[in-house]
Write a protein that binds this ligand. Structure first.
Ligand SMILES: Cc1cc2nc3c(=O)[nH]c(=O)nc-3n(C[C@H](O)[C@H](O)[C@H](O)COP(=O)(O)OP(=O)(O)OC[C@H]3O[C@@H](n4cnc5c(N)ncnc54)[C@H](O)[C@@H]3O)c2cc1C
Length: 466
């Protein structure tokens, strides 16, 4: 069997690359070791977490907010088994969708572990141990990432869970301790808090959401604290002791000091993800990795070995599904002789809590660090008519624009629908818009998007509703 392209891994990077390659006429195959396609994102990441975030948000709304809207219901009862089934149905629908798309695009799919036997050769080993050797002009590594472990802390997926285990809990823990105040920890912490858990987040740094705009992170922490989250920041976890029923977490100030303990029913380790290349045979063919285990690529996603490319979580850059997808499209286009390209300056990122947090472009810290003078325009949702009437006024929009040219350099939003609103900014930035362009664009009333327009007006201190 001989192909133009074999993609190893069918996460959002791999399956999208395969579809685009097939669209462009390349004879394409994929190799996936999971039984279902879609990778981390569809099976144990974006999709199941968003299903539980949606369902738990509905539960909390029914319990705490319906009455205020004049909707009288008796206290909602949680049927966690059914909620988990709802989540699984969503996952199955999505993974089957990818299977359908691969078939539709006449892509051969091999289920088994892929190993690069040599340049132009991929060996696929099925679960029953049988294997076959496929020939190809090009190989694309899209093997994604795995959970980062904490040395000395064993993840048993019962008392000490990774994000995968936290998506599968069979009962609501009374006390959940989350190690790591990043996106995944705060999203899954939100799910279980809404369903009744007391949630404490322990974070090594002295802030939450490392890498996001500092003002946004500070405000968001305040909002989460109001919702009941407890935070232990600047705290270094030194160990977790488990019994059959619970866990004791030990931590000490990151700057040094006396150790403290926290009792938990479940501990979620959410300190990040590491690139996954186990068993791929990279050393054998000489593909280079950096000191963080990421496959090294050039600007065209080529590794140092001719005919071997890599994209997604397994290479440098933000570990996000849409970044992997865009790289998948770009690499397929490059292989087909086109000019595939990813604009890394305009990759949105979203925290799907309530309210949501969304960002695109530079943070204030980054602009200050780079010595770029900027103007900031801010507008709170308390002054937005739609947010006000909906009683979802937590948060604000912040637009950062170059002081000399007014070009929009970064947009940061905490608020309802922030994850959708951010794309107005992303499109504007992709087209090189100024804050004035955004401010002069007519926005429908009454919408949450008017807060984006007002923040753009506020860059020149001329917001109307403030
Ligand atoms: C809980 C959670 C929530 C998340 N939520 C979001 C979100 O809301 N938005 C977002 O943008 N990102 C989110 N992410 C991150 C997102 O899942 C990843 O960025 C994305 O999946 C990366 O895509 P990928 O194609 O590079 O790799 P992956 O999705 O990891 O796919 C890699 C695939 O390769 C397969 N594979 C590995 N080695 C081999 C081999 N040797 N042979 C065959 N197959 C192999 C794996 O089985 C896997 O299916 C979340 C992650 C987690 C864990």
């Amino acid at each position: 069997m001989s192909y133009d392209l074999i993609v190893i891994g069918t996460g959002p990077g791999g399956y999208v690359a395969a579809i685009r390659a097939a669209q462009l006429g390349l004879k394409t195959a994929v190799v996936e070791k999971r039984k279902t396609h879609g990778g981390t994102c569809l099976n144990v990441g974006c999709i199941p977490s968003k299903a539980l975030l949606h369902a738990s948000h509905m539960f909390e709304d029914a319990r705490d907010h319906f009455e205020g809207l004049g909707i009288g219901v008796s206290a909602p009862k949680l049927d966690l088994k059914k909620m988990q089934a709802f989540k699984q149905e969503g996952v199955d629908g999505n993974t089957k969708g990818v299977e359908f798309l691969l078939k539709k695009n006449k892509i051969d799919a091999f289920i088994g572990t892929g190993r690069i036997a040599a340049v132009g050769q991929v060996e696929v080993t099925a679960e029953d141990g049988s294997n076959q050797l496929l020939q190809t002009k090009n190989i694309l590594i899209a093997t994604g990432s795995d959970v980062t472990r904490l040395p000395g802390i064993e993840i048993d997926e019962k008392a000490v869970v990774s994000s995968t285990g936290a998506l599968e809990l069979e009962s609501v823990p009374k006390r959940l301790v989350v190690i790591g105040a990043g996106v995944i920890g705060l999203e899954l912490g939100s799910v279980w808090r809404r369903l009744g858990a007391e949630v404490t987040v322990v974070e090594y740094l002295d802030r939450i959401l490392p890498g996001m705009d500092g003002e946004i992170a500070k405000n968001f922490q305040r909002i989460l604290s109001k919702q009941g989250f407890q935070f232990k920041l600047g705290a270094k976890v030194t160990g977790v002791q488990t019994t059959s029923k619970s866990a004791t977490l030990t931590f000490e100030p990151a700057a040094g000091g006396a150790a403290e303990t926290l009792e938990a029913d479940v501990v979620l380790v959410a300190i990040g993800r590491v690139p996954y290349t186990e068993g791929l045979g990279l050393e054998h063919v000489g593909v280079q990795k950096d000191n963080r285990g990421r496959v090294l690529t050039d600007a065209h996603f080529a590794t140092n070995v001719t005919g071997i490319y890599a994209i997604g979580d397994v290479i440098a850059g933000p570990m996000l599904a849409h970044k992997a997808e865009d790289e998948g499209v770009a690499v397929a286009e490059i292989l087909a002789g086109k000019a595939g390209h990813v604009n890394y300056d305009v990759i949105p990122s979203v925290v799907y809590t309530f309210p949501e947090v969304a960002s695109v472009g530079k943070t204030e810290e980054e602009l200050k660090g780079a010595g770029i003078a900027y103007n900031a325009g801010k507008f709170p949702f308390t002054a937005n008519g739609r947010a006000k009437v909906n009683r979802t006024t937590d948060g604000f929009v912040k637009i950062l624009a170059d002081a000399a040219t007014d070009k929009v350099l970064g947009v940061h939003i905490i608020g309802p629908e922030a994850g959708n609103l951010i794309h107005e900014a992303a499109i504007a930035m992709e087209f090189g818009a100024s804050s004035e362009d955004m401010a002069r664009t007519c926005h429908a009333h009454p919408t949450l998007a008017e807060a984006v327009k007002e923040a753009a007006l506020a860059v020149e201190k001329r917001a109307i509703h403030m």
